[in-house]
Design a binder for this molecule. Sequence first.
Ligand code: NAD
Length: 275
Amino acid sequence: MLTTTEMKKPAAMMRPLQGRTALVTGSTSGIGLGVAEALAREGATIVLNGFGDRMQIEDTRQKLEQTHNVAAFYHGADLSKAAAVGEMMDYAKAQAGGVDILVNNAGIQHVAPVDEFPPEKWDAILAINLSSAFHAIRAALPGMKARGYGRIINVASAHGLVASPYKSAYVAAKHGVIGLTKTVALEVAQANITANAICPGYVYTPLVEKQIEDQAKAHMIPREKVISDVLLKAQPNKRFAQVTEIGALAVFLASEAASSITGTALPVDGGWTAH
Ligand code: NAD
C-alpha cells in the first residue's frame, strides 16, 4: 500500500512498482537475482529466497536495499519441501504484507538418459521446478484476490515448449510449469491477476556454467566447442541472453501495460523455438 505522502508525489517521482512486494524464488544467483534487481529498480519491496553462503546473501540483500532504496528480506526455504514453501509465504506476509508479484524461478537440472535417470533426481527436479510453483501460487492467490492485483511470473524454459535428449525430468517439469501457468491464468482472469511463463533459451548463469563443464566432460571436448556446438546448437542467434533481459521482461509483465497479457509462454530464446 502506498503511503499518503507517496500518493501526493508527482507521477514522475513515483517508481512503477512502488508499494508492491515481489517474492522471487531462487534469487541468490543467476536469473532470479537479475529479476530481483530489476524489480527493485522499479521500486518493489523484495523477498529473496535461495541457497548460498549466508554472509554473501546478507550482502546481496543489503546492496539491494541501498542501491534501489527499497526494503529487502530473505527467507531460506528449501523449495523441495511443501511446508517450507508455506513458511516462506507466511514470512513474506508478516514482513512485507503479502506477495503482489510472485516469480517462481528456482530450478535445478540433471542430465542423463531416461533409462539411467536417478529416480531421486527426477523427484527433486519435479518438486523444485514444478511443485514449488504450485504451492507458492496456492498460498499467494488469496492475498492477490483481496488486493485486486497480482502478477505470477513463472520462469519456465524453451524446454517448456520443446525437448532435448537427456533432460527428461527438466523438460517434463518445464512443460508442466506452462500448463500450470495457463490453468491459473484462466482461473483468475477476472481478478486483475495475470499468470505468464518466461521461456528463456540459454542465459549465462551458474546453472549454465555447470552444464558447460558437465558436457565438456561427457563429450570430452573443449568448453568453447560445448558452447557453440552443443548448448547454442539450436539457438539461431548464437549468443547467451543476459539476466538483465529476463529482468526487463519480468518488469514489463508486472506493469499495468501488461494487464491483458495472461496465460502466455513467452520465449526469450534467440529464435530457438521458431524452428
Ligand atoms: P542458478 O543455478 O544460477 O540459480 C538457481 C537458484 O535456485 C539459486 O538461487 C539456488 O539457490 C536456487 N535453488 C536451487 N534449489 C533450491 C531449493 N531446493 N530451494 C530453494 N532455492 C533453490 O540457475 P539459473 O540459470 O539462474 O536458473 C533459474 C531458473 O531459470 C531455473 O528455473 C532454470 O530452469 C531457468 N532457466 C535457466 C536457463 C539458463 O540458461 N540459465 C534457461 C532456461 C531456463
